[in-house]
Design a protein around this ligand. Sequence first.
Ligand SMILES: Cc1cc2nc3c(=O)[nH]c(=O)nc-3n(C[C@H](O)[C@H](O)[C@H](O)COP(=O)(O)OP(=O)(O)OC[C@H]3O[C@@H](n4cnc5c(N)ncnc54)[C@H](O)[C@@H]3O)c2cc1C
Length: 461
Amino acid sequence: MSGPLHLSRTIWDDAVDAVVIGGGGAGLMAALVAAEKGVEVGLFEREAALGGKTALAMGILTASQTEFQKQAGIDDRHEDHLAELRDYFDRTGARLEEEKARFLIERSPETFEQLTALGVEFRGPHPEKPHRTPRLHNVVPDGGAIVAALEKGCRELGVRIVRESPAKDLILDHAGRVSGVVCERNGESRHIRAGTAVLAAGDSAADFALIEALTGTAVEGEVFRSFASGEVQKMAMRAGARMNPPQRPPAPQCRFVDAPHVEPAADFYAAGAVRIGRSGRTHPSPQAEVEEPEDIFIVFDSAVAARLASAADDVGPGRDGWKRTGKPYIATAPTVGYFYLEDCKALEWYAETDTLDGIAELVGCKTTDLRASGASLAQPPYFVLGPLRNYLMIDGAGLAIDEEMRVLSVDGDPIPGLYAAGACAGWIHYFGGHGHALGWALASGRVAGARAADRVLANAF
Ligand SMILES: Cc1cc2nc3c(=O)[nH]c(=O)nc-3n(C[C@H](O)[C@H](O)[C@H](O)COP(=O)(O)OP(=O)(O)OC[C@H]3O[C@@H](n4cnc5c(N)ncnc54)[C@H](O)[C@@H]3O)c2cc1C
């Protein structure tokens, strides 16, 4: 890996006080907060559309001591939230980065306050295992609403947003301080002068070579979307940054191929729903090992459906009837909180049939495969949901940072002027329930943006 650019007499194509790389939740939040402090911000996004994985997200934020909980009469404590997360990690053998967990938990009320002030609407709080208190807050309709609100806020504050302009390199001065970035635009390199840079380009899960170099083990499988290119992490590494390895071994996660890409709950499978591939192979759940990727369908009969919670169990807008009845739900979902069979009917990935041959036709397998699958298929009508895929989850790998979101070098010292936020700076995406990844992206984006702006303002006098 060659080193960063050290340019003493760079011809600059443009100049801003601070650059933000990546227009997902973390980057947009960092840009907004920096602009609120009065610094000139340029945000560079690789894709034509802003949003990254934030725009794909269900929009679940798991948080404690929020105004929403208070309004619902729920007495919650950050310490209890942290303790439950710690217990869960202990039980599952993953490594909890306690400082990051505390950071995002303690900052969640202010994250909510800011999003609400920007016009983002929430439903909840809903309960979700393993949390003992309802902490699941759903953005309406989904993560796209966060992106839209942050983008609007950025534009109102004059943030210059440049799309289709991937960052390619950092420029350091001879003292090793950030002095700009190289971004591509229409195939040409542009040198952007800036005394601080916030790296918020998402995770690096699609860069198997990088993950293998960090873990020392071979990685095989299919990751969800290719946003996670790792190019910004490698750009920082060329400038001397340290990269932390994933916090747990890569593991498969079964999600619907079609939006909103929900992930069926373990209790749904425990109720008797069975996963079968086009090849006729049944896929155990929870999935222990990475397998050959193939389209997977969930099949079940009316007897299983009768064991599930339904919209009729619901109690008002909270949509938490499943909790009241103790019956399983199909998945957590955008807007509503939980998907029941009724919710699935409106979606393309739902089908109903009265015969086993009908299921086989929908799945693309043989009727004999269904008989051999062990699925309870005695009572028609039968239900088929899918396709789903086992996507490889590689999370927690990220640039090493301190509590000020400064990127640390391999020697452990901050690289002057360089900050990172969101998945670019690690954190386990899904653990101990949904909703901690967005919280991390937004809370770390707030701090990175504020500190980057403070540095600009301090150097201005
Ligand atoms: C289907 C799905 C559902 C999810 N649901 C939830 C949920 O409900 N709750 C939750 O907490 N978490 C959820 N997550 C996880 C969560 O969405 C992410 O962890 C979080 O959004 C990451 O935010 P980010 O800003 O760090 O990265 P992203 O939102 O991915 O943004 C990174 C941006 O950087 C851009 N970029 C990359 N390289 C460059 C470059 N070289 N130059 C410029 N730009 C670049 C990318 O194009 C992208 O726009 C979900 C994830 C998925 C995939």
